[in-house]
Design a binder for this molecule. Structure first.
Ligand code: PLP
Length: 398
């Protein structure tokens, strides 16, 4: 074999979510788009805030094209890095200097760069199950090992279990809040407890256990506070993206911020630059670096996501399904009424409902429903959900 087998396998198996999305597209061609209820993909369904378009127009009108569209420094345009650092300092009192901000092509790039920067062969990365399936792909490609720690009740953190999973080879813990796929937002207390445990683990080790804060959904909450990990634990690397907050998923823009208080912060940041270089990123999209810098902290219409959440969660509960009310992001994590979530998803397809089985998230027996869709799609899908509940006799049990 003269090609990389690991890459071939990744390319051929595709992600389960993409597979369902493609099935949905085929089905839409067969039976009409309005008759297929695709809840598979986390593609934002609200328009980007006006400020995004206004800034694009302003930049295109006022900045010389050659300057606007040319390469920036590898870590990002200096004024953009300044703006990001100033925002993190002002909004959260986070210890971040412009010299520790690295602009990226979205959270996936933030994560692959951060992991590549940190990982030496055989290092372990702790993830809280259920977790974003691409973590495994990114960690293993970087030469690391995935260590899964199950979430506690209601999918919150189990700091003690994470502490117990920390070993000599543990390089970092990845936290994602608001969470994909559960919609849970981790509270200040559980995070502080974890931070305290990780601080204790520092004793007797050459290096700390780092925290990787994967936060593409930071602004998408329905009232819950999202504590800033950069202020709770010194050895934190923030992996941020504007994909979801500004509805810019296809434009590929985000950043990495390494805490000034991080152990070996300068070396780690140099490794971030090295990883970005080795992975061939060159620089993040120049126009969108500047757009993002003008829209820090903003988001699309969260009220629309909230309305979708309330409608769908309320209906599913009324039909007898079991799921916790999500506090952020745009996902519902619903218990499958039979042990095999894949079989449940197959049955849902009978009613043109496209749901994602939880197996690839590192937990069996649940489905993820992305409610970043038009409200009308949910309204039209409700009778299908009711029929599905009927198939399992859930409504009668109410
Ligand atoms: N991390 C999590 C938890 C996600 O849900 C996603 C995308 O859905 C990403 C990272 C990747 O985001 P991006 O599109 O910004 O690369």
């Amino acid at each position: 074999m003269n090609i990389n087998e690991q890459m071939q396998r990744l390319g051929e198996e595709r992600s389960v979510i993409r597979e369902i999305f493609e099935y949905g597209n085929a089905r839409k061609r067969e039976v009409g788009a309005e008759n297929v209820f695709d809840f598979s993909l986390g593609n934002p369904s609200v328009p980007a805030p006006d400020a995004v378009n206004e800034e694009i127009v302003r930049l295109v009108r006022t900045m010389p094209s050659v300057q606007l569209h040319g390469y920036t420094s590898a870590a990002g345009a200096p004024e953009v890095r300044e703006a990001v650092a100033a925002y993190l300092r002002t909004a959260f009192a986070a210890p971040v200097s412009a010299s520790k901000v690295y602009m990226t092509c979205g959270a996936a790039a933030s994560l692959t760069i951060a992991l590549t920067a940190m990982c030496e062969a055989g290092d372990e990365f702790i993830v809280v199950a259920p977790y974003f399936p691409e973590y495994r792909v990114f960690i293993e490609r970087a030469g690391g090992k995935v260590v899964e720690v199950p979430a506690a009740e209601h999918f919150h953190l189990d700091p003690e279990a994470i502490g117990r999973a920390v070993g000599a080879r543990t390089k970092a813990v990845i936290l994602n809040s608001p969470n994909n796929p559960t919609g849970v937002v981790y509270g200040r207390e559980e995070l502080a407890r974890l931070a305290a445990l990780l601080r204790q683990k520092r004793e007797g080790r050459d290096a700390p256990v780092y925290l990787i804060a994967d936060e593409p959904y930071r602004e998408l909450t329905y009232g819950a506070e999202v504590p800033c990990l950069l202020t709770l634990y010194p050895h934190t690397v923030l992996c941020y993206s504007f994909s979801k907050s500004l509805s810019l998923a296809g434009e590929r823009i985000g950043y990495i911020a390494v805490s000034d208080d991080c152990a070996d912060a300068d070396a780690l940041f140099a490794a971030v630059c090295g990883a970005g270089r080795a992975l061939g990123y060159v620089c993040a999209p120049a126009l969108f670096q500047r757009v993002a810098a003008a829209c820090l902290g903003r988001s699309g219409d969260i009220a629309a996501y909230r309305a979708n959440r309330d409608l769908l969660w309320g209906a599913l509960k009324a039909y007898g399904f079991t799921c916790i009310p999500p506090e952020g992001a745009f996902y519902l994590f619903v218990r499958a009424p039979e042990p095999d979530a894949k079989a449940f998803c197959e049955r849902a397809k009978k009613y043109e409902l496209l749901l994602v089985p939880s197996d690839s998230f590192g937990l069996k027996g649940y489905v993820r429903i992305s409610y970043c869709v038009a409200k009308e799609t949910i309204e039209r899908a409700l009778s299908a959900f009711r029929k599905l509940a009927n198939d399992y006799g859930l409504c009668e049990r109410q």
